[in-house]
Design a binder for this molecule. Structure first.
Ligand code: SAH
Ligand code: SF4
Length: 338
């Protein structure tokens, strides 16, 4: 899909054509111009010839029925991953990528290992939500939530991510409320402060992953640039400005950051902040990094004792298939639906 020629084609058309076309694409999720019967036939023919609105994506089905991963090929052959999570309570969340690859290089993350390729354009971010919207439309469903937790660091593609949020939020487009949109960052302090000034109602997640700079630097190279105490004061600033509860994500890595004493240390540092902690047991390929159930539970207990709310968000029963950020299914079956 590439809409760059649209402006030119609509040059001599009345203004309302733009709105009709935006509605067809972002609200009615039309897959080709023939479906857009509000447009004159002649214009449809021109659009059919000049603007391809198909999406070059394929769905890989996960083992359970609660998550679908899609690979979407962009114009320059780069592939991005996106996931649809079907929650039992009816939420249908799309986890979108904001960059191809990532420059931050966290040691536990698959995307980090790819290195940085490029920022995604607004259209390429939206494409991912559009892909699953078209898929769900066939079952009379819509996506209800969007999380920027796929490949890449959203706050290092700040302008495009914010413009995408506008399209997702727009009443005449996806119409997803800001409270159902989440952005996860490894902690780009200056951008957190900038975002705070916008006073949006979106959810901010900060991948804290460690209770101190020493451990953080070992697993997240970006921590050399951004110190934890400054990150926490940026988080505090964000909360003050927006009055929104922050989610701290903590990937538990066996023997690295999962000891009880670290839970104590973390609790001490975030106590009093309007926040909760989302504990994510490492779910990559390296078996040595997988925390034991005992250490997960102890970590959780200590936070709870310290009155810090804890969730394990991305677990569906015992089936952790689509932890975003690495978007790798445990047993990928290459079971193409399309
Ligand atoms: N770059 C952003 C958003 C993408 S990563 C960020 O880092 O926050 C989204 C989440 O997935 C992060 O919290 C990250 O810590 C987590 N994650 C990455 N690799 C993981 C893995 N192997 N196991 C569990 N969680 C992982
Ligand atoms: Fe990048 Fe986030 Fe992965 Fe770290 S966890 S390498 S910031 S995508």
């Amino acid at each position: 899909m590439n809409l760059s020629k649209l402006k030119d084609i609509l040059k001599s058309e009345p203004d309302f054509r733009v709105r009709q076309i935006e509605k067809a694409i972002y609200k009615d999720f039309c897959e080709n111009w023939n479906e857009v019967t509000t447009l004159p036939l002649k214009l449809r023919e021109i659009l059919n010839k000049e603007i391809d609105i198909s999406i070059n994506g394929k769905i890989l089905k996960s083992e359970g029925s609660d998550s679908l991963k899609a690979l979407i090929k962009l114009d320059d052959e780069i592939t991005v991953e996106t996931v649809l999570l079907m929650h039992k309570d009816g939420r249908r969340t799309v986890c979108v990528s904001s960059q191809a690859g990532c420059a931050s290089g966290c040691i536990f993350c698959k995307t980090g290992k790819l290195g940085f390729k490029r920022n995604l354009r607004v259209e390429e971010i939206i494409l991912q939500a559009l892909f699953f919207s078209r898929y769900l439309k066939k079952q009379n469903m819509r996506i209800t939530n969007v999380v920027f937790m796929g490949m890449g660091e959203p706050l290092l593609n700040y302008d495009n991510v914010l413009d995408s949020i506008k399209i997702l939020n727009d009443k005449n487009k996806f119409d997803i409320s800001q409270r159902k949109i989440s952005v996860s960052t490894c902690g780009i302090i200056e951008k957190i402060k900038l975002l705070a000034e916008k006073k949006l109602q979106i959810n901010l997640a900060i991948s804290i992953n460690a209770p101190n700079d020493n451990i953080r630097q070992k697993i997240m190279p970006i921590a050399y640039k951004y110190q934890l105490n400054e990150l926490l004061s940026a988080a505090n600033y964000y909360i003050k400005k927006t009055n929104r509860r922050i989610m701290f994500e903590y990937v538990l890595l066996k023997g690295i950051n999962d000891k009880s004493e670290y839970a104590q240390e973390l609790a001490k540092k975030i106590k009093g902040l309007l926040c909760f902690v989302n504990l994510i047991p490492y779910n990559g390929e390296d078996q040595n990094k997988k925390p034991s159930l005992k250490s997960i539970n102890e970590f959780k207990e200590i936070l709870l004792i310290n009155q810090i709310p804890v969730t394990q968000r991305y677990r569906f029963g015992t089936d952790i298939k689509a932890a975003c950020g690495q978007l790798v299914f445990l047993k990928e079956k290459n079971n193409y639906l399309k």
